[in-house]
Design a binder for this molecule. Structure first.
Ligand code: ZN
Length: 216
């Protein structure tokens, strides 16, 4: 039975690396896939992994019908044995419905990869729809770690290393940026709630008067 699988996790947990691994394993078996992505760190029309691998992909624009895209591809003699949708949190809920329809009507396996929640701990609309529709949700086992060593379960948005909790849901940035621009950092829930990033923890350690933290 073909299925819609949602591989979910925080930023930096190896989602795109797994997407590339699935692509590699299947193409090595002679299967042909279509890769969709949106706002990948490597630029338009790319699926890239933090480990340095990159492949071409179809950049999903607003309002594109993914189901129609596959039907067009097939009707022009193309093959699609499976579909990979990376950065699926950025897809619209209706586009997630189109992925489900590919599974049901075209009998194609669809593997979606995405961050579950945004920097305010709220579900991305695309991820919410995936949780609602997927045959399986897999939480990735390559766990990102908070600066304290605990399992990182939440994404923080930072400006100059300071965590912020207001702003637009989608601002493209990366966990490797460290200047005054917007960046992201993965944290455990405890430190996300306390808004304590690696930079602010270092600062706190250097000024003993703000310690100890006794709140909650
Ligand atoms: Zn922590």
């Amino acid at each position: 039975m073909p299925e819609l699988v949602f591989f979910s996790g925080t930023m930096d947990c190896g989602k795109s690396t797994l997407a590339l691994q699935i692509e590699h394993n299947r193409s090595a078996r002679g299967l042909a896939g279509i890769i969709f992505t949106r706002n990948d760190r490597a630029g338009q029309g790319k699926l890239s992994s933090r480990l340095g691998l990159v492949t071409d992909a179809v950049e999903v624009e607003d309002g594109v019908d993914l189901y129609a895209h596959i039907v067009d591809h097939l009707s022009q003699g193309g093959r699609a044995d499976y579909v990979i949708a990376d950065e699926a949190q950025f897809l619209a809920p209706g586009q997630i419905d189109q992925l489900a329809r590919m599974v049901d009507d075209l009998e194609i396996d669809v593997y979606a990869f995405g961050i579950t929640t945004d920097f305010r701990t709220k579900l991305f609309p695309g991820s919410q729809r995936l949780v609602e529709l997927a045959d399986r949700v897999e939480v990735l086992q390559v766990e990102a770690l908070c600066w304290c060593g605990a399992r990182a379960t939440h994404n923080a948005r930072t400006v100059g290393g300071v965590m912020v909790v207001e702003g637009a849901q989608v601002v493209i940035g990366d966990v490797t940026r460290s200047t005054d621009e917007i960046g992201y950092e993965v944290l455990c829930r405890r430190h996300h709630r306390r808004r304590m990033t690696a930079a602010s923890a270092r600062a706190a350690a250097l000024s003993p008067d703000v310690l100890p933290v006794t709140a909650d």
